[in-house]
Design a protein around this ligand. Structure first.
Ligand SMILES: Cc1ncc(C[n+]2csc(CCOP(=O)(O)OP(=O)(O)O)c2C)c(N)n1
Length: 674
């Protein structure tokens, strides 16, 4: 009797939430035409049962979710406030769901543990796997829910996530709300054989349920199994839930252009709400009158919430520039100068980086290092992570699959709990591109898109640069791309002391940092080897270093070009030319003040970088120097850069493409004559 009462209560709650979601969609469709701040509308009609049942099966504030845009049923079911959902729809300054920064249906709610969603279909899968890893590391009994449409399963991230979650037996429930269409593309043009189920079944350790997402009992049984499996740390599950899409893809879509009248009619017959009503009556959970009463109560609730949301303010003027980075208060003691222990031996950059990692891992048990080949005896192809697995264990320094999107996406999900810090290695920056969606579209903007609610404290360490006959795919200098992406900090040290102090700062910074390590400098002795700074030494970002003071000309540079500039500076001094060398150390944030002060002193400036000239970071610097110090210039701003071609393998060709000492000397001699 008690159980029956409980199941009636549960069934009626599910019904009420389904209707609430449906009526909300209908109300939003009306509001979209009235231009009150929200014009984009998208309906979850047909999908409600899946989302609502999932929401009822998780524990709000304990379990984690990565729901997609057609999951309004879930958002309501897990406890999102309806007024806020209408507020988000109308572009208002709501606390959750981005405060007007994202289009509607991009759910984000820290207290409810709904992670910040983007518009990139499928991005959420691998982040959910990363979150699962965090749960496993902390030995919690939480589970992760991630949803998407069937179209999103064509993204590589879906397969990368299934693979990663299966390897590590993570508590992740992948729910595909399969309506058979991705806008106008039908299932048979989307997936080989029209179904991804056989592919999912191929992943060892993954449990797969292929269910009717409009059938309460069948769906609930699969969900219960998947949640139990996750909670008892047995591993991941996929639920392929077949549902109809009862409305256009969005309010700018017209299905009549690609669906026949028969298809549209057949879809309407699969509506889960009338089916559920019949089931409620047949099972004795409700009468027709009770159902009508619930419906009318939901209608009233929707009207009231919409009216309240219209009274919410729009985001304040000027707020669009807020929350790009989380403010970082450097810990004390923080030394802007390196303070070597006097008797310290000199170390090279490779050793300095290894030491920084070991010290930070020692200090904070939630710092986790991963990437390709970084673990076990190998310690990375350049040996930077050597001995970390042996010292800190396999859960703190582990090999990732050979998949850069996995590396960055797992890092994002891992740190979502606010405890972990991810230090991930991309073996060569030439291969950062297969992870760039997770870096540019996700990591860089999550803090901004969530209006400062979620943080992404990750460091992506990657090797860069040429001069080692690495050919086109082991020589790229990618900083210009990175600096162009708002929300990333970009660091590039040129000596061992800076490398150690900057990496330690990067690990403590709560924002995403890309840390560029020049391969040709890892073991360079003459300029790069330095006495090892103390454990406490952190180098603040946004403070350039004046490597050599001078009065005739300023050279602004970073990475390898600092070494080359330093090499030519002695020769120039012998000729009576005094150059000032500025090593930027961090490109974002940029120390413009040091550059301007130097240009005001010397009147001449040369910018040197290894990356191709066209749209390189040097172009940005030249423009800003012209804007801010034109009156002080006593000659044109000059650039010495890489050639606008890939970097070839053969030594004479590589020498032609990459800037050489002689190129610097020529440019300086030319400039000094003005
Ligand atoms: C990576 C990416 N490519 C294209 C789009 C544009 N787009 C938005 S939704 C969508 C269809 C998604 O279909 P599906 O995953 O089946 O989900 P459904 O909308 O059917 O629920 C497309 C192509 C996008 N948002 N992200």
């Amino acid at each position: 009797m008690g159980d029956a009462k409980l199941s009636t209560e549960k069934a009626l709650k599910v019904y009420k939430l389904m209707v609430l979601s449906r009526l909300t969609d209908e109300k939003m469709a009306k509001l979209a035409k009235q231009n009150k701040g929200g014009t984009f509308q998208l309906s979850s009609a047909g999908h409600e049962l899946v989302g609502v049942v999932m929401g009822q099966s998780l524990i709000p504030g304990k379990d984690w979710s990565f729901p997609y845009y057609r999951d309004q049923g879930f958002a309501l079911s897990i406890g999102s406030d309806l007024v806020e959902l209408f507020g988000a729809f109308l572009g208002r300054a709501t606390k959750n769901h981005s405060s007007g920064r994202m289009m509607p249906y991009h759910y984000s709610h820290k207290e409810l543990r709904i992670f910040c969603q983007s518009s990139v279909v499928g991005s959420q899968f691998i982040q959910a796997a990363g979150k699962g890893l965090g749960i496993k590391n902390l030995k919690k009994d939480e589970v992760v829910y991630v949803s998407a449409g069937d179209g999103a399963t064509s993204q590589g991230d879906f397969h990368e996530a299934l693979n990663f979650a299966s390897i590590h037996k993570l508590p992740v429930i992948f729910v595909i709300q399969n309506n058979g269409w991705a806008i106008s593309v039908p299932a048979e043009e989307q997936s080989a054989g029209g179904s991804l189920v056989p592919v999912c079944k191929g992943y060892e350790g993954l449990e797969v349920h292929d269910v009717d997402g409009t059938d309460y009992e069948e769906l609930s049984a699969a969900v219960e199994k998947a949640v139990d499996r996750g909670r008892s740390q047995k591993g991941p599950s996929v639920i392929m839930a077949h549902v109809p899409r009862l409305a256009p893809h969005s309010n700018s879509d017209d299905p009549k252009k690609y669906q026949t009248a028969e298809i549209i009619e057949a879809e309407q017959k699969r509506d889960p709400i009338p089916r559920f009503e019949k089931w409620l009556i047949a099972e004795g959970h409700a009468t027709a009158e009770q159902i009508e009463a619930l419906r009318s109560a939901a209608h009233e609730e929707v009207e009231k919430a919409a009216a309240e949301a219209e009274k919410l303010p729009f985001p304040e003027k000027g707020s669009s520039s807020q929350h790009l980075f989380k403010p970082y208060d450097p810990p004390t003691p923080l030394l802007s100068e390196t303070s070597p222990t006097p008797e310290a031996e000199k170390i090279v950059i490779a050793e300095a980086l290894n030491q920084a990692l070991a010290e930070e891992m020692e200090l904070d048990p939630h710092v986790v290092v991963f990437g390709q080949d970084v673990a076990n005896g190998k310690g990375g192809v350049f040996g930077i992570t050597r001995a970390l697995t042996e010292k800190f264990g396999k859960s703190r320094c582990f090999n990732s699959p050979l998949a850069e999107s996995t590396i960055v996406g797992v890092a994002i999900g891992l740190v979502a709990d606010g405890m972990h810090k991810a230090v991930a290695e991309i073996q060569f920056s030439d291969y950062i591109w297969t992870g760039i969606n997770q870096l540019f579209n996700e990591a860089a903007s999550i803090h901004y898109r969530s209006a400062g609610v979620w943080d992404v404290p990750i460091v992506i360490r990657t090797t860069c640069g040429g001069y080692i006959q690495g050919g086109p795919y082991h020589s790229q200098s990618v900083e210009g791309f990175l600096t162009h992406c708002p929300g990333l900090k970009v660091v590039i040290p040129s000596n061992a002391a800076d490398a150690k102090g900057l990496l330690k700062t990067a690990i403590r910074d709560p924002n995403p940092v890309v840390f560029l390590e020049h391969k040709a400098l890892y073991r360079q002795q003459k300029f790069c080897a330095r006495p090892e700074p103390s454990k406490e030494t952190l180098i603040p970002f946004g403070q350039a270093s004046i490597v050599r003071e001078g009065s005739d000309l300023t050279i602004v540079c970073w990475g390898m070009m600092v070494v080359k500039a330093w090499e030519v500076s002695e020769k120039l001094a012998a000729e009576g030319i005094s150059v000032e060398i500025i090593d930027l150390r961090t490109l974002v944030p940029l120390d413009m003040a040091t550059i301007i002060t130097s240009v005001q002193k010397t009147g001449k400036v040369l910018i040197a970088h290894e990356a191709p000239r066209n749209c390189g970071f040097g172009a940005e610097l030249a423009a800003r120097i012209a804007e801010e110090a034109f009156e002080s210039l006593d000659g044109p701003i000059h650039r010495v850069c890489g050639q606008d071609t890939p970097v070839p393998y053969s030594k004479p060709m590589e020498d032609e493409v990459l800037p050489q000492s002689q190129d610097l000397l020529n440019a300086i001699h030319h400039l000094i004559k003005y």
